[in-house]
Design a protein around this ligand. Structure first.
Ligand SMILES: NC(=O)c1ccc[n+]([C@@H]2O[C@H](COP(=O)([O-])OP(=O)(O)OC[C@H]3O[C@@H](n4cnc5c(N)ncnc54)[C@H](OP(=O)(O)O)[C@@H]3O)[C@@H](O)[C@H]2O)c1
Length: 417
């Protein structure tokens, strides 16, 4: 039987049958710019598998902010960066760092998966021979670590995705394909931030301040803090988002629009301006205490806005506490008043995605029904540029957006093949 050239979207190929081409939402350098114009549907040849890799038929793909940056070509041109490093050179980018799907082909040296397995995919990839993996230390520290579907090509915005076998985890049976595709990147990142930096991990009765609490990371943080017995205090920019956070389990919400001291703080030698800034910070800290019901400051501050908020995060963090940060959405020049850092012995900790152990631990919380994937909206394959545009313009709905890729329709938890 001759190999079929391509299957239409929503037409699920017979199990294990791989066509020559696939539909993909593709970014190219000459289209860099607003996501609505950067993404375009193209027909692309399906890549060969290398040792340790599998090919997954994508049922649904989660939308994340990383491919807003890929579309803009900022702060790096992901295609040029890949080509410069000699890593899997191509002149296009298929993004997508979250997916649910079915294993359709298994490459050499894969023992943990078989064709037909229903999976979700975490986005951490690394060279199996890297020293960290061989020594049993954290592969997150190895220079070969990359985010699949951002730093690598062949992400989930296509009918088939090529991934390393260890990225695949069992799909929670109680979730639809689109629900299952929603939480892994943000959830595993959040898990490492909140549970991966002992002794500063979430503890029973301790306060965690969560910036952007209605966003992708934030809605996971509320739930992980709750599950560990902590007190989640949310920061948002609207009453609608606040209501969403309360429904999810936040003890209370602060509307950041009620404050104006954001960005890099005044120099400490400019006493008048500095004191005004510090007074706003104290008022913000009091808003946290009012929610908690006592003068208890956050033992962990969950950071990602960066430049606008880090000075405040350091200020309000409890003595011996930790500000843990995984991004600089509003900018990268975060200023710290070192006096608070050393006298109160606070920790400013960078954190980036998660290793296998942390990703699997998060996935187990999903399988156990302890995490609502917070599916904010299900979109069509052709809307992938639009969904990233919503994120770019800070108009995304609360929670996580997902695009249907190969699933015949919404609402399906499995499929007979
Ligand atoms: N390093 C990693 O492994 C990793 C993993 C996942 C995500 N990230 C990064 O983390 C960041 C957040 O990701 P996400 O998925 O949660 O994005 P998201 O869903 O777009 O949420 C970001 C939130 O940030 C808040 N925000 C925007 N401007 C702000 C400002 N000036 N001050 C305070 N808050 C502001 C917004 O909430 P309000 O307007 O309601 O305050 C928004 O909901 C992104 O930059 C993403 O690329 C990094």
């Amino acid at each position: 039987m001759s190999k079929r050239e391509i299957f239409e979207l929503g037409e699920v190929p017979p199990l294990g049958q791989i066509p020559k081409l696939m539909y993909a939402q593709v970014i190219r350098a000459d289209r860099f710019g607003h996501p609505r114009k950067a993404f375009k549907t193209e027909k692309i040849a399906i890549p060969e598998l290398r040792p340790g890799e599998v090919l997954v038929y994508v049922m649904a793909a989660g939308i994340n902010r990383n491919n807003v940056f890929a579309a803009l070509g900022l702060p790096i041109d992901v295609i040029a960066a890949r080509n410069k490093s000699g890593y899997d050179p191509t002149d296009f980018h298929i993004g997508g760092s979250d997916a649910s799907g079915i294993v359709y082909a298994v490459g050499p040296e894969v023992s943990n998966l078989k064709v037909g397995d229903r999976v979700v995919i975490h986005c951490g990839v690394w060279d199996r021979d890297c020293p960290a993996v061989r020594n049993g230390t954290d592969p997150m520290y190895d220079p070969t670590f990359k985010i699949w579907g951002y730093e690598t090509n062949w992400g989930s915005f296509a009918q088939f995705t090529r991934v390393q076998a260890h990225q695949c985890m069992p799909k929670a049976k109680h979730l639809t394909w689109e629900e299952a595709a929603a939480p892994t990147l943000v959830g595993a990142t959040t898990y490492r931030m909140l549970m991966g930096w002992p002794p500063n991990v979430v503890r029973e009765g301790e306060v965690v301040l969560i910036w952007g609490a209605a966003g992708g990371l934030g809605c996971m943080a509320i739930q992980i803090v709750k599950a560990a017995g902590g007190i989640p205090v949310a920061v948002v920019s609207s009453e609608k988002k606040a209501a969403f956070c309360i429904r999810l389990g936040a003890r209370g919400c602060i509307n950041r629009k009620n404050f104006s001291h954001w960005g890099m703080m005044p120099h400490w030698t400019d006493t008048a301006k500095y004191n005004k800034w510090a007074a706003e910070c104290r008022a913000f800290g009091k808003a946290i205490w009012d929610i908690v019901g006592e003068r208890k400051s956050p033992s962990i501050v969950f950071e990602h806005p960066g430049e606008d908020t880090t000075p405040t995060s350091i200020f309000v963090c409890d003595t011996g506490g930790m500000v843990v940060i995984c991004a600089g959405t509003t900018g990268y020049n975060a200023v710290v008043d070192l006096r608070y850092l050393w006298m109160r012995q606070k920790r400013l900790q960078g954190s980036h995605f998660a290793n296998d152990e942390q990703s699997y631990a998060f996935n187990q919380l999903v399988i156990d029904g302890k995490i609502d994937p917070c599916l904010a909206g299900t979109y069509k394959f052709d809307d992938i540029g639009h969904t990233h545009g919503l994120m770019h313009d800070n108009e995304a709905p609360e929670g996580n957006m997902v695009a249907i890729v190969g699933a015949p329709r919404e609402g399906m938890k499995d499929i007979d093949l």
